[in-house]
Design a protein around this ligand. Structure first.
Ligand code: NCD
Length: 306
């Protein structure tokens, strides 16, 4: 059984295998139409999700498997009755061949993995990890850029409470030469966990105060939304005012090269102006679409040999 709990557990060989498999799925989707025929996959989401849940469910359908699902587990499932994650997962392990789970607690996927007899796939655990997003992001970068080495990566937005940028940094650290630039409002910078991680890996990191401090030849600008549901108090108005400093507009994009791609895990609120959507460097919708083949690959690998 293979759980996918954190980004750090993924080896370079596993990542390359997933990237190759995803590529093959994109090229020959029919070949995989029956790959998981007869399997049942549970998707259980304690936090809201559109893309992650539906792209998993689309992936499940495209592999010929069936899905059982609670879209709003926090309100509608036994969590409201006080059931622990452990008990829910123990029960679901008897209903499904794999469990795709999103939960607001940082350690939720770890806890689930300890008790599950079927693969747990972490679809986002608190601000801790979002490994399947990092994998589809890696695939998107590889497709655009060809290589994952010597990546100049800008991470922007809410780097403290978001789980996507830190997961991507950790995954991309499998390749040499990465240089990270971070741009966030005060108090929302990368956490000590990520800063320590980069230090240990020898990844160069520069804090930028505004877009003009970001070198114009960076490869990827990874913008993220302010995770207001994870902030205890946000003064009314302050959020918008501060976030405005980091908004990507047409004007901001003028300073960047033609090979600087803009990514975003979505949902976007207003941190990327819609006027940027037509820019050929804006690849966030394509990135979201890559979620389906990558999640097909993840499910195939998780259930391999079963
Ligand atoms: C992200 C998430 O849930 O972490 N969305 C996603 O999975 N595509 C980002 C977010 O919610 O802002």
């Amino acid at each position: 059984m293979k759980h996918l709990i954190t980004t750090e557990q993924i080896t370079r060989a596993e990542l390359e295998e997933l990237l190759q498999l995803t590529d093959d799925i994109v090229k020959n989707p029919k070949k995989y139409a029956d790959s998981l025929r007869g399997k049942v996959i549970a998707t259980i989401f304690y936090e809201p999700s559109t893309r992650t849940r539906l792209s998993f469910e689309s992936a499940i359908a495209r592999l010929g498997a069936q899905v059982i699902s609670t879209e709003n587990a926090r309100e509608s499932a036994s969590a409201t009755k006080g059931e622990s994650i452990e008990d829910t997962v123990r029960v679901l392990s008897g209903y499904a061949d794999a469990i795709v789970m999103r939960h607001g607690d940082n350690d939720s996927a770890i806890v689930a993995g300890r008790v599950s007899s079927v693969p747990i796939i972490n679809a986002g655990s608190g601000s801790f990890a979002h490994p399947t997003q990092a994998l589809l992001d890696a695939y998107t970068i590889k497709r655009q850029r060809g290589s994952l080495e010597n990546l100049k990566l800008v991470v922007a937005g809410d780097l403290k409470f978001g789980r996507t940028a830190n997961s991507l940094i950790k995954l991309m650290s499998l390749y040499r030469g990465m240089q990270v630039y971070s741009l966030s409002k005060v108090g929302m910078g990368l956490t000590d966990d990520v800063l320590d991680f980069m230090r240990k890996k020898g990844i160069r990191h520069t804090v930028c105060l505004d877009w003009n401090e970001v070198p114009s030849d960076v490869d990827v600008i990874y913008q993220t939304r302010i995770q207001k549901e994870r902030h205890e108090v946000i003064a009314v108005g302050a959020e918008k005012k501060d976030a405005g400093l980091m908004v990507i507009t047409k004007k901001v994009m003028q300073r960047f090269s033609k090979n600087t791609y803009i990514m975003h895990p979505l949902p976007r609120v207003d941190e990327i102006a819609t006027e940027v959507d037509d820019d050929p460097r804006a690849i966030y919708f394509e990135q979201a679409h890559n979620g389906v083949p990558m999640r097909m690959a993840i499910l195939i690998k998780a259930l391999e040999g079963k």
